[in-house]
Structures are given as structure tokens and as C-alpha cells.
Ligand binder design. Structure first.
Ligand code: CU
Length: 138
């Protein structure tokens, strides 16, 4: 009889956790706004194994400043090469924020990722999900 009462609760919990696990594994989306000085500022964190935000939306032909730091002890980096859009950076991340500056010149979606890989691991950080997209819009 006890089970009869517990079961509906368990079923509810199971459904709830199922819902959670079906959430897309993608990270947060951030739409940058233009500050009074005409710069779009983004604060980003690199962790194991993600970027937060993982989707960043910026306006074309407006300067961007990404302030990025890592959390945790694993080495991480951020890499994005899109010469056609005036975007080209690659840097190792540290626990103090570093600033990346560029002005995107072409609308599009440009993937970025971490280039690190643990010495005895078959998977790179990118394989483990440490990647994202910079979306440049009108
Ligand atoms: Cu990494």
C-alpha cells in the first residue's frame, strides 16, 4: 500500500529528470548590446568542457571586446579563425580575464573552440563539447 502512494511521486520525478536530460547540451546564448562608447562587451568563461556563453551574437561592423577567463585547473584555450570576417584569435586562458578585441566585418556564424587535449585522452576538449558559435548579424 505504501508503494501505491510513493509510485506517483516517483513517476513524476522520473518524468521531471527525463525532461532535464532532454535539454539540449548547448550552452547559454548571449546577445551583446552596444555600450555608450560604441563597444559590444561580452564576458565569457571557459571551463571543463564548455564555454559560457557558448553562443554569442554581435552586430557587424561594431567593435567587440570579449573578456574571457577560465575556471578550474585544466588548461584551456579559445580559437577562432575567420579571416573573411576580420576575426582571428587564438589564446591560452588563465584565471584572470584576458580581453580579445576585433571588429567583425561580415555577417555569418563562426565556430570557436578549445584546442587543448589531455595527453592520454583520445578526445580533445572540442570533442568533449568545448566549442561555441559567434554569430555576426546586421
Ligand atoms: Cu579546454
Amino acid at each position: 500500500m505504501k508503494y501505491a502512494r510513493i509510485f506517483p511521486v516517483m513517476a513524476l520525478l522520473a518524468v521531471a529528470s527525463l525532461g532535464l536530460s532532454q535539454e539540449p547540451a548547448k550552452g547559454r546564448r548571449f546577445v551583446a548590446t552596444v555600450d555608450q562608447d560604441g563597444v559590444q562587451r561580452v564576458e565569457m568563461i571557459g571551463g571543463s568542457y564548455y564555454f559560457d556563453p557558448a553562443e554569442v551574437v554581435v552586430k557587424v561592423n561594431v567593435p567587440v571586446e570579449i573578456s574571457i577567463k577560465k575556471i578550474g585547473s585544466s588548461p584551456h584555450s579559445i580559437f577562432l579563425k575567420a579571416h573573411e570576417a576580420g576575426i582571428d584569435f587564438e589564446m591560452s586562458l588563465v584565471t584572470d580575464p584576458k580581453v580579445i578585441r576585433f571588429t567583425p566585418t561580415k555577417v555569418g556564424k563562426y565556430p570557436f573552440w578549445c584546442t587543448k587535449k589531455a595527453p592520454f585522452s583520445s578526445k580533445s576538449h572540442k570533442d568533449k563539447g568545448m566549442e561555441g558559435v559567434l554569430e555576426v548579424v546586421e
